[in-house]
Design a binder for this molecule. Sequence first.
Ligand code: MG
Length: 376
Amino acid sequence: MTGIDLATYAVQERSSAGRRIREAAPSARSEFQRDRDRIIHSTAFRRLEYKTQVFVNHEGDLFRTRLTHSIEVAQIARSIARRLKLNEDLAEAVALAHDLGHTPFGHAGQDELNHCMREYGGFEHNLQSLRVVDALEERYAAFKGLNLCFETREGILKHCAQEKARELGEVGLRFLNNKRPSLEAQITNLADEIAYNNHDVDDGLRSGLITIEQLSEVSIFASHLAEVRKQHAGLSERIQVHETVRSMIGTLVTDLIEQTEMNIAEQQIETLEAVRIAPRLAGFSNEMEAQQRELKKFLHKNLYRHYKVMRMSNKARRIISELFHAFIEDPRLLPPQFQLQAEENKPLAVSDYVAGMTDRYAIKEHRRLFAVEREY
Ligand code: MG
């Protein structure tokens, strides 16, 4: 919990850079557990249930949503953190918050909103996740946002352009000084990658958009599938896929732990400060890195660019763009609290409103604004 057993280079609660607004220490939980709890109780967290990455919510009940994705990332990040004697509570908090700033409709939504916002500084979901926890959540009497610890906030901010970093103060400094975040943040970032590559294989197969035969071109999938078939004869295809995905996750996690341990030893890392100034320590072996890249390339070409996915992405872009421009042209269409915000900064108010929508809310709102044949 509070980490007597943590590695010397882990984030220790007692040396945390703290919260922006000072608060009394929690009595029955750690500071990072408190962060996790605040994230789970936030509105943005609940909305993750109805936001998607590849498949849009109404396409089926079995596909991953951003909520189940975030829970999978937390599970993987915690396992890795525990094995490396890192701060598990911090890794969990970062994992659960990492996608809070995502727009509806996954990458298509993010790209379109970024495009709409190009004259006003752009839109970046990472920065938006930080904005959600720093400013947009309204739940506490004493502060805006969730007032999370510095280490949780730096973990949420995975990347950031220099000019933006300058506006962010302390949490943006590492992008200007070429420093790294904690190991907890680094491993959670890679846990995200492990989670989505593997669940996209699973969801892709379930949807029928990709097949086992196609995936057999990909070495990591092919070798694990062959092993599963060798070990168990006569398994149904469904179980073969589950076993293969399960074993790919296991292999990636183990590889990441071993390689990161080696990097830590090689660089003789003993303190958190050393983690911050060293080159990135968390990583896969070269071989595993190459296998991951091959899998990503496959998914990109065969799943994310599948014509059925492209059709939905195209619709998604249109919805985002039309909503954005309708509100920019006439902010009186915005709900009252966003109208107020728009008086100060119209593009930002519209971007916050659109980014906060779930997939189905965006579809509904689009209908409310554009459908003439029915009243909504
Ligand atoms: Mg993610």
